[in-house]
Write a protein that binds this ligand. Structure first.
Ligand code: ADP
Length: 319
């Protein structure tokens, strides 16, 4: 193996830049050439590929987002489009590709691997929804951003005896909501894992009001219901002012925390190590503090993320 490519795909996450840097610097130190692909699979299909050197990744370790750009490119599900992408990689003489992204991006990497082109997946997403890793790059940075927002909501909610619903990202994974609820001291947690029972939620909120609670903060995972409609329902039923705050893309931005920079650096270098050892079709994770790798096809098809019943139980005790 002499030349490798790297791209970022899907939703961006803080720490992606540090991961690219990890790949580039580790590869160069092994005497490999590295090529950056712009805007994910879209740029791969359009052959927007450029050689990267040491200074291409100067001053990026502390920056959020991804300097290579990212894209949603549903056309990549088409085999002909992927064949063209592989052709472009071959024209540059690139032997393997490192894909930094979430589970959608892993699907693309898995399919390239199935077509005979070796890929390594690095988990880059704030959702923490990727199998085979305890943490994804960007998740803990986003968690801090969410907690900061919840703290601010708490100040104003308790001053006005208001009920707040805060909608947190995570797609079909409640990790970000659960952890931010515990760290932010939210009273109620609604995630894909718990499901939403409006009557039960209302009963709990009423019980809180009866006990003399000055405020209530409900942490809700996105895509489960319309947060504003839920707020209106609770306001109508309790007579207390209720507001929904949808945190949105704020959660994706900002400087990566130390943990994410270190995680991204380790994972980037580990991907290069795997390629040097002749591994392809793997995805990288951190489990019990160790770098691990799994078959990317197996990870997507068979591995499940554990539901943190222990932490849901903890949250229940603390409210
Ligand atoms: P994330 O990687 O953050 O989960 P997406 O789900 O949008 O984000 O996936 C990112 C990109 O990965 C998609 O826009 C598409 O180009 C590619 N992708 C997703 N699913 C597939 C699939 N089933 N086959 C091939 N490529 C896919």
């Amino acid at each position: 193996i002499k030349k490798i490519g790297v791209l970022t795909s899907g939703g961006d996450a803080p720490g992606m830049n540090a991961a690219i840097r990890g790949v580039v610097r580790a590869a160069l130190s092994e005497g490999l050439e590295v090529y950056g692909v712009y805007d994910g699979y879209q740029g791969l299909h359009q052959n927007r590929i450029e050689k990267l050197n040491r200074s291409s990744v100067s001053d990026v370790i502390n920056r959020g987002g991804t300097f290579l750009g990212s894209a949603r490119f549903p056309e990549f599900k088409d085999e002909k489009v992927r064949a063209q992408a592989i052709e472009n990689l071959k024209i540059h003489g690139i032997d393997a590709l490192v894909v930094i992204g979430g589970d959608g991006s892993y699907m693309g990497a898995k399919k390239l691997t199935e077509m005979g082109y070796p890929c390594i997946g690095l988990p880059g997403t704030i959702d923490n929804d990727v199998a085979g890793t305890d943490y994804t790059i960007g998740y803990l940075t986003a968690l801090n951003t969410v907690i900061d927002a919840i703290d601010r909501l708490r100040d104003t909610s308790s001053s006005h005896q208001r009920i707040s619903i805060v909608e947190v990202m995570g797609r079909h994974c409640g990790d970000l909501t659960l952890m931010s609820a515990i760290a932010g001291g939210c009273e109620y947690i609604i995630t894909p894992e718990t499901g939403l029972n409006k009557e039960q939620l209302l009963a709990k909120i009423k019980e809180g009001i009866y006990k003399g609670k000055k405020h209530a903060i409900v942490a809700l995972t996105e895509l489960m219901t319309d947060a504003n409609e839920l707020a209106k329902y609770i306001e109508d039923e309790t007579g207390r002012e209720t507001r929904a705050t949808v945190l949105g893309h704020i959660q994706r931005g900002g400087q990566p925390t130390a943990f994410d920079r270190i995680l991204a650096s380790r994972m980037g270098a580990f991907a290069v190590e795997l390629l040097m050892q002749g591994h392809g079709g793997r995805c990288v994770g951190i489990q019990n503090e160790q770098m691990v790798h799994h078959d990317i096809i197996d990870a997507i098809e068979n591995m499940k993320r554990p539901v943190r019943t222990d932490l849901y139980a903890l949250a229940d005790k603390l409210f």
